[in-house]
Each structure stands twice: as structure tokens, then as C-alpha cells.
Design a protein around this ligand. Structure first.
Ligand code: SF4
Length: 310
């Protein structure tokens, strides 16, 4: 199992080196907007998908090759990271080896009602649970969860986590047109989020090709209207990826392009910024990979995304 990928372009974090410890595609949700495609293993059972030592060895090998490797380390995957049983052990080891690099965990929050999951995340610098719905009907429609999960249980879990967690808690709310952007649901989500006292609310929408072709993103105006429901809370509407000036190795660009788009579809500009090479180089390499039948292009929201051939 290959666990380290990227760095990938993140609209929130800049160049994010991904850590993926979950077998594809295992998740407790099957969100209609998922960038990683449909969930093939819908589960709430935590497992040891890969040995911690292997993940650390892979991370070391990567960081030795490129000392300016990324702006942040992010647990994010084509699945739910908290399904990894030794998550706490791995976070502790990474923070010991890389104390100066912010460590972020993106989670759907669905397992935070389990005390052992909450304990495992306490040493992360930032935890970003998502909350897209609080009423059962909308929850089932947008997140298509494991049948054991209920929205109240998830809200309670995030609240309990906030009580013990000293790092930055950001709650992500992803809005899909006509699904969870109505005033009643937005009001209910905002009330629940307020009770979690997050540092920031990240309002997001569908900007990449989703698992379900019908999942549409909101316009800038609709996002601004939605933000108003969160009153005086610190709300951030997620913008587009901003690259940092940097130099990076041009070795294995073709493989690095494939590794990046396997996790999430990207535009050529995002790939160039993320991999630290020129847009022209990405264009040349991706055209070659497309001719070889390894990559394909897909239009979504007025942009062209590169993704692997299924
Ligand atoms: S968006 Fe996240 S929580 Fe939803 S199905 Fe994809 S990986 Fe799972």
C-alpha cells in the first residue's frame, strides 16, 4: 500500500502532503459529492489497514528526497481516516519526527462519538470534521451513511471532542445545490455548528467532478447568502488554490501526476502549482499519458480536470 501522496493542491492549505492509511475506497459515508468516486466498502469498523512503521518509513523516504516537501501534512484519503485503528499512535509518532510541520486531519466526523477516536486525534494541530446535514432526511440524501449512523450522534461526538481538544477545530460544511442549501437545513446546521464552538467554519461546495453526476455546486452569490446563516461565527468561504513560489524536483513527473490525480481530479494549473513545475511541462506530460490511455480529461464547472482512466 502506498500511503504518502502529493503534495496535492489544497484550496485551504496550499501544498499538502497527503497521508492515506485507508484501503480504497472504505468509508462510513458514500457522499454524492465525493471526489474519490463511489464508496465500495461502507463500514464503521476500525481496522489496521497498514503498519504504522511502514507509513513512517515511507514518509521519511519522501522527505529525505525533498526537504521543502510541503506546507502541511494532511490525513486525507479516498476514505475516512478515523477508520484507521492506530491513528493516535501514528499521529504521536509523526508529531515527534516533524514537530514544525502542521498536521491536519480531515474527517467526516462520523466516528467521534467513540472516545478512542477522539483521544487519537488530540495531538493533531488542526482537525476538520464535516457536517453537511443535521436532519435525518438530508443526511441520508447527501452523505448516504452507514445505516448505523445518525446525525444527532455525530453532532454529540464533535461537541464532546471540542471539550478536550486544544488545537484548531474547523467545521467544514459542504453545500450541494437543491440538497442541503435550503433555509431550514442551513439554520439547523448553523445552530449545531455554533454549539461546537469551532475556531472557523469552512463553507465549501462542489468544485471537482463528483461521485454522483447530479451533485452541483453553488454560485458565489449563493455561498455568500449561505454564509449569512452563520451570523457572527468566523466563516471562511473556500477560495481557489494559491501556489507558493518554490522549487521542486522534476523527476518522475509522469508518475507524480498520476499519483496526484488518483486521489482527486486536478486542473493542469493546480498540478503545476502543486508539483512545483511549469504548466507547459504538465501539459506535455499529461498529453503523453493521455495518448498512452492512462489519463483522461473531464469538464466540470467550466474547468477541465485530469483524472485517471477508470
Ligand atoms: S467525501 Fe469524504 S466522507 Fe464523503 S464519501 Fe468521500 S471520503 Fe467518504
Amino acid at each position: 500500500m502506498k500511503c504518502i501522496f502529493g503534495p496535492v493542491p489544497s484550496r485551504r492549505f496550499g501544498r499538502s502532503l497527503g497521508i492515506d492509511v485507508i484501503a480504497a475506497k472504505t468509508c462510513s459515508f458514500d457522499c454524492i459529492y465525493c471526489e474519490s468516486g463511489p464508496t465500495t466498502c461502507l463500514s464503521i469498523t476500525r481496522q489496521n489497514f497498514v503498519d504504522c512503521g511502514e507509513v513512517l518509513a515511507e514518509l521519511k523516504a519522501f522527505t529525505r528526497a525533498d526537504p521543502n516537501f510541503a506546507d502541511v501534512l494532511t490525513f486525507s484519503s479516498g476514505g475516512e481516516p478515523t477508520l484507521y485503528e492506530p491513528m493516535g499512535e501514528l499521529i504521536t509518532a509523526i508529531k515527534k519526527d516533524y514537530p514544525h510541520i502542521p498536521l491536519i486531519v480531515l474527517t467526516n466526523g462520523s466516528l467521534l462519538w467513540k472516545p478512542e477516536v477522539r483521544r487519537g486525534l488530540l495531538k493533531a494541530d488542526r482537525v476538520v470534521p464535516s457536517l453537511d446535514a443535521v436532519t435525518a432526511e438530508v443526511f441520508r440524501k447527501i452523505n448516504r451513511p452507514h445505516p448505523f449512523l445518525e446525525p444527532e450522534q455525530i453532532v454529540e461526538g464533535i461537541r464532546a471532542f471540542r471539550k478536550d481538544y486544544k488545537g484548531r477545530l474547523h467545521i467544514e460544511v459542504l453545500l450541494v445545490e437543491g440538497v442541503n442549501d435550503g433555509p431550514e437545513e442551513l439554520c439547523a446546521i448553523a445552530r449545531a455548528v455554533e454549539s461546537m464552538t469551532p475556531d472557523t467554519v469552512e463553507l465549501n461546495t462542489v468544485v471537482r467532478p463528483p461521485a454522483h453526476a447530479g451533485a452541483k455546486g453553488l454560485s458565489d452569490e449563493a455561498m455568500a447568502r449561505a454564509a449569512a446563516f452563520f451570523g457572527s461565527m468566523n466563516v471562511e468561504i473556500i477560495g481557489t488554490f494559491q501556489a507558493h513560489e518554490q522549487e521542486s524536483s522534476e523527476e518522475n513527473i509522469d508518475q507524480r501526476i498520476i499519483d496526484t490525480v488518483e486521489r482527486r481530479p486536478c486542473t493542469e494549473e493546480e498540478l503545476a502549482a502543486s508539483l512545483g513545475v511549469s504548466a507547459e511541462r504538465v501539459r506535455r506530460e499529461s498529453a503523453k499519458l493521455q495518448e498512452q490511455g492512462r489519463l483522461t480529461r473531464l469538464s466540470f464547472g467550466g474547468k477541465t480536470f485530469i483524472r485517471p482512466v477508470e
